[in-house]
Design a protein around this ligand. Structure first.
Ligand SMILES: *Cc1c(COP(=O)(O)O)cnc(C)c1O
Length: 306
């Protein structure tokens, strides 16, 4: 069954640096929502799925990379809602399937490999026409799942009591999640976004996203673009050490694409006294843990060896 209400406990992080800096840090565990459909993707997809069903759609179609959390989540959401789904995958779909695509396929997603040149034109009418000819009618979910309904869903991430924190931290891919959080944050809260992508374009894209969806946030916000570790889906030894140390200290698993980089960023900001003493941080753990298996498969090493 499609999970109706999200259970998302808050967990306090206990680390020596937090005592030194007199800062409190809590993690909102969206990663615990549901074994298949968790993290921010639960919120990003819930209204879209209902909308598709209300429109009488039988089949969904979406786009993503071969290790994508969105692909996995979309497959899970369709599976739980009893809908068909086609996943258009950027580049090749090699056998044996990687853990993400294997799980998506087992949940019933039809995988359709797309040449990168075609993939780049996935929003053009000729590509969509080609897909309709091939698969019949479908309800389109954009790459990454960000649309107005996704942003609406992400506005539900913060509960009333979460608005007592002065700072809210979240990861950024397309920025849909951050846009929802920012729209729902209290005016006195500061919302910090940590980009997993390399480049300053993220700032402009995010402003454009707010404009497109007519969101005029009341609170302050800031986006950090220094914690991508070389780019999207890239990692380095520092990142892995941060993730392993954090996991050992808190028991919280982080994913290597998004939440690991955010924790790296928060720790760096703590070191640099970015957070005044007395600050209370709420970090949104947006899930993405399906990516751990993909990481281990791709790089042939355990992420959390002990
Ligand atoms: C997809 C994803 C994000 C990025 O969400 P956007 O709405 O695209 O910014 C962040 N964290 C995790 C774990 C994700 O899977």
């Amino acid at each position: 069954m499609f999970p109706a209400a999200a259970q998302t406990p808050l967990q306090q992080v206990v680390l020596p640096i937090l005592e030194t800096k007199k800062v409190e840090w809590y993690v909102k565990r969206l990663d615990l929502i549901h074994p298949l459909l968790s993290g921010n993707k639960y919120y990003k997809l819930k209204h879209t799925i209902v909308h598709a069903q209300n429109k009488g759609a039988k089949r969904l179609l979406t786009f993503g990379g071969a290790f994508s959390n969105h692909i996995y989540a979309a497959a899970a959401a369709a599976h739980l809602a009893g809908l068909e789904i086609v996943g258009c995958i950027r580049g090749e779909v090699d056998e044996p399937l990687n853990p993400t695509l294997r799980a998506a396929s087992e949940m019933g997603m039809a995988l359709f490999p797309m040449a990168r040149s075609t993939y780049r034109q996935k929003s053009t009418s000729w590509v969509l026409e080609m897909l309709r000819e091939r698969f019949g009618d479908f309800y389109l979910i954009p790459e990454g799942g960000t649309n107005g309904l996704a942003i609406l869903g992400c506005q539900e991430i913060l509960s009333d009591s979460d608005r007592t924190f002065d700072t809210v931290c979240a990861s950024i891919g397309t920025g849909g999640t951050l846009a929802g959080i920012l729209a729902a944050a209290a005016p006195k809260q500061r919302v910090l976004g940590f980009s997993s992508l390399k480049g300053q374009f993220v700032l402009k894209d995010f402003e454009a996203l707010l404009l497109e969806h007519q969101l005029e946030p009341l609170g302050q916000w800031e986006i950090f673009t220094d914690y991508h570790c070389g780019g999207y889906a890239k990692h380095n030894a520092t990142l892995l050490k941060v993730m392993r140390d954090f996991n050992r200290a808190t028991g919280i698993p982080l994913d290597p694409i998004y939440t690991g980089k955010m924790v790296m960023g928060i720790l760096d900001l703590l070191e640099k006294d970015y957070f005044p003493p007395g600050s209370r941080i709420l970090m949104i753990h947006s899930g993405g843990l399906q990516g751990i298996a993909g990481f281990e498969w791709r790089w042939n090493q355990r992420l959390y060896p002990d």
